[in-house]
Design a protein around this ligand. Sequence first.
Ligand code: ADP
Ligand code: ADP
Length: 225
Amino acid sequence: TPIVRLENVVKTYDGGVAALRGVDLDIFPGELLAIVGPSGSGKSTLLHMMGVLDRPTSGRVIIAGHDIGRLPDRELSGLRASLLGFVFQQFHLAAGVSALDNVADGMLYSGVPLSERRRRAALALERVGLGERLTHRPHELSGGEQQRVAVARAVVREPAILYADEPTGNLDSASGAEVLGVLRTLHADGTTIAIITHEHEVAAAAGRQVSVRDGRIVSDVRSPL
Ligand code: ADP
Ligand code: ADP
């Protein structure tokens, strides 16, 4: 069964902009998928639907068996925190806070005690190749390393799916390749990942490319890696 299922999702913003015009999409466990398309095609809106950040105008969004349309607003943030991980173009790390605690803070409201949060944070940082950088603060890290901290924070709670929105958009090509390498490693270890990207190299590294145009999916191609 899919982790994410969108059924005929339509999103029309106030003022009448039809950002999504009927999208069907299933994302299965273990997939590494790239969502591509020109600016204004609806990628961010699609992420907002898949990420339960907003509700569709019509159609259904089902995340790990939960039909979002049947849940009240107050349950959506809990569902987001327990099932979904996010990485953005901006790293959104806390300045002056160690890599370890930036990641441990990703579990701040989980009820897990600090010592256990730090233990899990250290493991997550090892997974992204930063086991030697636990006490470094963001300004002491390269851009690629900062984004890897953000990836560790997004996966420390072991989300059902990791969403990465232009994760290499703020990085030079060497750092971008480093972050892409980390995402591929996590995927190889079983993490389900959807990357929204403009970059051909990033899209080509995914096993599946979904192309969005004018609010519709115009192609959905699986390629052997
Ligand atoms: P992309 O991420 O591919 O650039 P978006 O999903 O941001 O595409 O935008 C799709 C369309 O919806 C665009 O025409 C955009 O201007 C419009 N749009 C996006 N968000 C909003 C919003 N909050 N209010 C009104 N229009 C929006
Ligand atoms: P990006 O493509 O870099 O993800 P966007 O320009 O698509 O960024 O959108 C950035 C934010 O602005 C999103 O939260 C989106 O919903 C909002 N947005 C985009 N277009 C509009 C618009 N026409 N009116 C209002 N909000 C918009």
